[in-house]
Design a protein around this ligand. Structure first.
Ligand SMILES: [Zn+2]
Length: 336
């Protein structure tokens, strides 16, 4: 957490400081699910430029110095936005340092602005720097990791993360997202490029999809992919805008669904003996956001195996179809 998350002013905008207030109120009333609350450092400049061009970082800094303004129709900055973005990325990095250092097996980086739409060259979709991508690169470059898995269950496709690691086989990116929806990327046919072919797994789902689809995609695809890929760190781009009350999308995931997805990934990490770090992305219905994040953090904090989910052979045809498609590149997912 960092107070600058409250100082990134966006005006009449769904991605607003009240999101952090709602989260702080809800989690604060529940002892932060037992987690220790730590202030986030600013990301080192070199960590930002490991993912973004220097020109991009400089543009964001200059626009803040000039008092802020609009980058595009969706993405707005105020004079403190650069600092907020530095801490949002820095919080994700610090969390990676902590979980890889053994301070805790799991943790959550709760900041705004979110990050997963930001590309190497450009801010978009409310995102300035790609926090989860910066954290993944940090884990590779500074901790010497060879394999990092990023699971993105934000209702929007994480186009920035997708593209930043498209050609990089060290990062397995798995995204469940509503389609068609902003930003219009992430078809199932986008599987990465070059040496990274097969290491982007896009799982678009239809408008109105709920727990059985989202949780099924995690259980039937993301979890077995984790066992095949054997990451040394699991990062979760945790957006809560697939919630049924969210104003920006039509999916119908519940708090229990988010807890199940997070718990399944935590269990996979625990079985593999690797830590899991959640990074907040979207979520624009204040109550749904705050309750879903709390449910997810409680699921993370619970003993491994305690989250009861599992549809098994009751996976929906949509989930089974997606699994069969992914199995062409990842044979471990082929049903016997
Ligand atoms: Zn989103």
């Amino acid at each position: 957490m960092h107070e600058s998350s409250l100082e990134h002013e966006t005006g009449a905008h769904p991605e607003r400081p009240e999101r952090i207030v709602a989260i702080t109120t809800e989690l604060g009333a529940h002892d932060w699910a037992g987690y220790e609350l730590v202030p986030s450092p600013a990301a080192p400049e070199a960590a930002l430029t490991a993912v973004h061009s220097e020109a991009h970082v400089e543009r964001i800094r200059r626009l803040a110095d000039a008092g802020g303004g609009s980058i595009d129709a969706d993405t707005v900055m105020s004079k403190r936005s650069f600092i907020a973005a530095q801490h949002a990325a820095g919080g994700a990095i610090d969390l990676v340092d902590r979980v890889l250092g053994g301070a805790a097996p799991t943790g959550f980086s709760v900041h705004r602005p979110p990050g997963h739409h930001a590309t190497a060259e450009r801010a978009m979709g409310f995102c300035l720097f790609n926090n989860v991508a910066v954290a993944a690169r940090w884990a590779l470059d500074r901790h010497g990791l060879e394999r990092v898995m990023i699971v993105d269950f934000d209702v929007h496709h994480g186009n920035g993360t997708n593209d930043i690691f498209s050609a990089d086989p060290r990062v397995l990116f798995v995204s469940v997202h509503e389609s068609p929806l902003y930003p219009g990327t992430g078809p199932a046919t986008d599987i990465g490029s070059g040496a990274g072919e097969g290491f982007n797994v896009n799982l678009p789902v239809a408008s109105g999809s709920g727990d059985e689809t989202f949780v099924g995609m995690i259980e039937a695809i993301a979890v077995p992919l984790a066992f095949s890929f054997a990451p040394q760190l699991v990062l979760v781009s945790a957006g809560f805008d697939a919630h049924r009350d969210d104003p920006l999308a039509t999916c119908t995931v519940t708090e229990e669904g988010f807890a199940a997805m997070t718990g399944l990934l935590r269990d996979a990490g625990a079985t593999l003996g690797v830590p899991l770090a959640g990074v907040l992305e979207g979520g624009y219905g204040l109550d749904g956001l705050a309750r879903s994040l709390r449910a997810s953090m409680e699921a993370l904090a619970a003993p491994a195996g305690s989250v009861v989910v599992g549809a098994g052979d009751a996976w929906t045809p949509v989930v089974r179809g997606a699994r069969a498609r992914v199995a062409k590149r990842w044979p471990a997912l082929a049903d016997g």
